[in-house]
Structure formats: structure tokens, C-alpha cells
Design a binder for this molecule. Structure first.
Ligand SMILES: Nc1nc2c(c(=O)[nH]1)N[C@H]1C(S)=C(S)[C@@H](COP(=O)(O)O)O[C@H]1N2
Ligand SMILES: [Mo]
Length: 357
């Protein structure tokens, strides 16, 4: 795992250096961030099967069944952890017991597999079974609150029946690596990374969201006044769609630069089916803005790398970035207004301090 910055050894959690991340639309697999809640399960592909339960027809499918029975599809999708940018929240007010992610708990890949929708239809799920949820469980085990259990989560069936949601066996034109879910994972474009369950063991169609700890308790967004001592775990917003976000990749926070023209680069992402409409940059605390150039394609589920040239006079500068999505949502100004005790969904204006000599 050479080029990655390790955030936690066991279980292994790591992300790429931010400046390297912002250099390519498709993140090379060896640079793709890794978010694990337990040990990476070692799965023998020849005997591997996953099951579909709660549907009119229960199914148990091997990798060969998947390839034989369903049409392969390729989807370009950016995964972002709900804990991306937690370090900035932690600097504002401590968040004990959570990983201190910088702005690189996000990466982009092309994924190949089959539509979850096709598998659900083969299991007899009708298109109008609307009030349901599709729950996923991985083979990996983790321990929380003195219990050992498998990682899991769920998505509403409306989303599960959309063609972009896939069961992926390839990432960037190669079989999934062990860290990223070999031999099969869910990819839920537009949703927080936690719903893209790796090492897929089980799919259950059910009336209610998954009761798994990582759906029912973790990955909920609580109000700023909620603390570990007064939390009602059923009260928070169960996170699904990502929010709009933009990050400055280079120059890095704290950089010292010569005066004159500099290139600024970064990424922007929208959630759900929304697209990135615009990225704005400000050098005067948001009184005036300039618009960055967007690279890549105008499509949902994928980030846009962006760049701009700025002329900086000698002195101290705070450079701010914010994105606007295709529903005209934009980002809140202050970290204080998005802080929550689990440290999720930080999409406050991104700021870097620059010294120009
Ligand atoms: N089985 C399983 N799936 C999982 C996880 C996990 O710990 N176990 N972590 C989730 C989280 S929180 C994120 S952000 C993404 C990260 O995917 P990656 O490690 O391929 O980047 O995987 C998700 N899927
Ligand atoms: Mo995550």
C-alpha cells in the first residue's frame, strides 16, 4: 500500500496524498482510498456465492452465474466516505473515536459488473414494490458495543432499481482487489461510500432499512447539540445521498508561493443524481468570486476536477472554494454550522492559507 497515507493500521484505513489525488480523473486503484471496519476477508472465488433473500424467489449466485445470466455494464462513479474532511471538524471541536480523514477520503473509478436491478428482477421483485429497502451484508466482521457482526447497510428500493446501482466485480478494468471488495461489491453511485458494501454476502429485500449498526446507528447525521451522552440513536438522519462539496487540492494549505500567476486545482462532487454545475473561488472571504474551469464530463455520480489561474500579490491569503450543483444547492460557509459529533458530511467552504513572497 506504498503511496497511501495510513489513517489506521488495523483495520486498514488509508487515503492518497491530496495533491496526487487531484491529478487524474480516474484514481489509479493503488491510490484509491480504503475504508475498512474489520479485517479484509479472504474469499475463494471458485466457491464464492452470495444470496438474495426476502424476494419472491430466493437466489444463491456464483460469479459464473452472474456473468452467464446478466448483461455486463460499466459505470463511472466516485466514492466518498461520509467522514471525508473530518479533520476540519475535529479542529473546530474534538470528535473522539472517529478516523481523522483529510480531504482525500474520496476517489473515482470505473466499475464493471451487473445491474442490481436485473438481479432483483430475476428474484421476482416487481418494479412497483416501492415501499421497500434493499439491505446488503458483507463477509467482513467487526465489533461494536461488545457484539461481533458483519458490516451492512441498505438503500431504498427506488434507488436499487436504478440502472447505475451495480454489483461490481471489476474496478478500473481489473478484478476488484482484496481491499476494495474482491470478488464482488455493491456500488451505489451518488450515495455515501458506506452503502457500497464490499465482499458481498447477502442481499435482503425488506420493508424497513437495515438494522445493521452501520445503518441504524452509525452514519446518521445528528443535530449540533447532540452528544454521545444524550444521543437518541433513532433520531438522526440516516445518510444516503451525498451533499455538494468542493476541495482545493493544490496549492496545499500552508503553502509558500512566489508572487504572480499560480494554478489552483481541486475536485468537486454532487450527490444523488445531481451534477456539479459550477465551482467558485474567492480570495476575499466570499465578497467576490471567480469561476473555475471544470474538467471531465457533465454527468451525475462522477466528480469534476477543476482548475483556475489566479494572480496573487505578496502577503497572506485565504483561498476559498465552493461548488454549486444542478439543483442550485451550494455549500454552507462555516465549519461551525455543519459540525456534528460523529463528524459526517463536512461540506463547508473549503479554505487554504497561502503565503505569497
Ligand atoms: N463490507 C464492507 N463494505 C464496506 C465497508 C466495510 O468496512 N465493509 N466500508 C464502507 C465505507 S464506510 C466506505 S467509505 C466504502 C469505501 O470503499 P473503498 O474502501 O473501496 O474505498 O466502503 C464501504 N463498504
Ligand atoms: Mo465511509
Amino acid at each position: 500500500m506504498g503511496p497511501l497515507i495510513v489513517r489506521h493500521d488495523d483495520p486498514f484505513n488509508a487515503g492518497p496524498p491530496l495533491d496526487v489525488l487531484c491529478q487524474s480523473d480516474i484514481t489509479p486503484t493503488e491510490l484509491f482510498f480504503v475504508r475498512n471496519h474489520g479485517d479484509v476477508p479472504q474469499i475463494v472465488p471458485d466457491t464464492y456465492r452470495f444470496t438474495i433473500e426476502g424476494a419472491p424467489r430466493a437466489l444463491s449466485l456464483s460469479l459464473a452465474d452472474l456473468r452467464r445470466q446478466f448483461t455486463p455494464v460499466t459505470v463511472a462513479a466516485t466514492l466518498q466516505c461520509a467522514g471525508n474532511r473530518r479533520q476540519e471538524l475535529m479542529a473546530y471541536q474534538p470528535i473522539p473515536g472517529e478516523l481523522g480523514w483529510d480531504e482525500a477520503a474520496i476517489s473515482h473509478a470505473t466499475w464493471r459488473g451487473v445491474c442490481l436491478r436485473d438481479v432483483l428482477l430475476a428474484a421476482g421483485i416487481e418494479q412497483d414494490d416501492r415501499a421497500w429497502h434493499v439491505a446488503f451484508e458483507g463477509f467482513d466482521q467487526t465489533e461494536r458495543l461488545n457484539c461481533t457482526f458483519n458490516f451492512g447497510g441498505s438503500i431504498p428500493i427506488e434507488k436499487a432499481l436504478n440502472p447505475e446501482v451495480i454489483l461490481a466485480y471489476e474496478m478500473n478494468d481489473a478484478p476488484l482487489t482484496a481491499q476494495h471488495g474482491f470478488p464482488l461489491r455493491v456500488v451505489v453511485p451518488g450515495y455515501i461510500g458506506a452503502r457500497s458494501v464490499k465482499w458481498l454476502k447477502r442481499i435482503v429485500v425488506q420493508a424497513v432499512p437495515s438494522a445493521n449498526y452501520f445503518q441504524a446507528q452509525a452514519y446518521r447525521l445528528f443535530a449540533p447539540q447532540v452528544t454521545p451522552d444524550n444521543v437518541d440513536w433513532n433520531s438522526g438522519l440516516m445518510l444516503g445521498e451525498m451533499s455538494v462539496n468542493a476541495v482545493i487540492g493544490t496549492p496545499a494549505n500552508g503553502a509558500e508561493l512566489p508572487a504572480g500567476s499560480i494554478e489552483v486545482r481541486g475536485y468537486a462532487i454532487a450527490g444523488g443524481d445531481r451534477r456539479v454545475a459550477r465551482v467558485d473561488l474567492s480570495l476575499d472571504e466570499g465578497r467576490s468570486w471567480i469561476t473555475a474551469d471544470l474538467g471531465g464530463d457533465d454527468q451525475p455520480w462522477t466528480w469534476r476536477l477543476w482548475s483556475a489561474r489566479l494572480n496573487l500579490a505578496p502577503g497572506e491569503h485565504t483561498l476559498i472554494a465552493r461548488a454549486i450543483d444542478s439543483a442550485a444547492n451550494t455549500q454552507p460557509e462555516a465549519i461551525s454550522s455543519v459540525w456534528n459529533f460523529k463528524g459526517y458530511m463536512n461540506n463547508a467552504w473549503h479554505r487554504v492559507q497561502l503565503t505569497v513572497c
